[in-house]
Ligand binder design. Sequence first.
Ligand code: 8YV
Length: 315
Amino acid sequence: MPQPDILVTAPLPPFLYEPLKADYRCHDHYQASHKPGLLAAEGARIRGLVQGGGTVTPTPLLDALPRLEIISVFGVGYDGVPVQYCKDRGIKVTNTPDVLTDDVADVAVGLILMTGRGFVRLNRFLQAGEWPKKSPELTTKLSGRKVGILGLGRIGKAIASRVSALGMQVSYTGRSRQDVPYRYFPDLHALAADCDFLVVASPGGAATRNMVDAGVLQALGKKGTLINIARGSVVDEPALVAALQAGTIKAAGLDVFVDEPNVPAELLAMDNVVLLPHVGSATHETRKAMGDLCKANLDAWFGTGRVLTLIPELA
Ligand code: 8YV
C-alpha cells in the first residue's frame, strides 16, 4: 500500500518527525519556501495534517486539501482548528490529552510559588550579590490562601489537587458545577473577587476569548495574582498590562501569550511578573508521549479507520 501523504504545518521534534517520515510521505508546509507551490503540487494527495497545539489552521488551507481525512494535533489544545468546518467535511480531529496533564499542572504550581514566594526576584537578588548587603524581602504565606480556577477540566483538577496538598483552598468556575470537593462560583467576577490566585486553565478559542478582561482583573484586585497556563487568548493582554501598570492587581505568572513568541515589552520590564516561554508540556518524557500519541492517532486512522483521541465536539 502506498504511504499516505501528510502535510506538516508546525515545527516537530525529531522524535515525532523521524517516525512520521518512516511511515508517511511528509510534506513540510511549515518550512516550505513557496507554500502555494507546495499546495498546488501536492494538495490533492494530502490525506492527513499534523499541527501543533498553538498552530492556527485557516480554512483556505484546508480548501486546498480536498482529500484530507484527519488533522492530528501535537498538543491538547485545538483552538487553532476550525472545528465546525472539519465537522462539515467529515475531517477527524485528534489531540493529545492526559499525557501532558501533570506537567502543565506542575507549571501552574511553579508559577504560584514563583510569584507568591518571590522566588524569581529572590534568585536575582542572590545572583546579583545583594545578600551580603541586605536581608532578603519577606513574601506571602501560601498555605491557607485561595486559588480560584477558571476551567476545571483535567488540567484544572490536577492543579486543584496539587495546591490542596500545599494547604491552599480551591474554588472554581466553568460551564457547570461538578461533583468535586471545591466551591463552585457560577460567575467569574465573583470567583476573582474571592481568590488570591486566579488560575486560567480553560481551553482557548472563540468561546473564551478575552474572558479575563479589565472587569475581572478589577475584581481580582490588589490582593490578587493572575496565573495563566492555558492560552494567551483567554486574557485581554492589554488590559492585563494596564492592570499591572496601575497596580490594580498584585502580580502575574504567565506561561502563555497572545502572540507567541512575542511578549509585550511592558511585561518584560516588570518585577512582579514571572514569564515562561510556553513550557507547560515541555519535558522530554511528556513531549515524547505527545509525539507517540499524535502519530498513533494517524496510524490508527490509516490502519483501522478509527482514532484514539477524537476531540469531544466530533465524538
Ligand atoms: C505545546 C500546548 O506547546 O498542548 C498544547 O495545547 O499548547 C503545548 O503543550 C504545543 O502543543 C506543542 O505543539
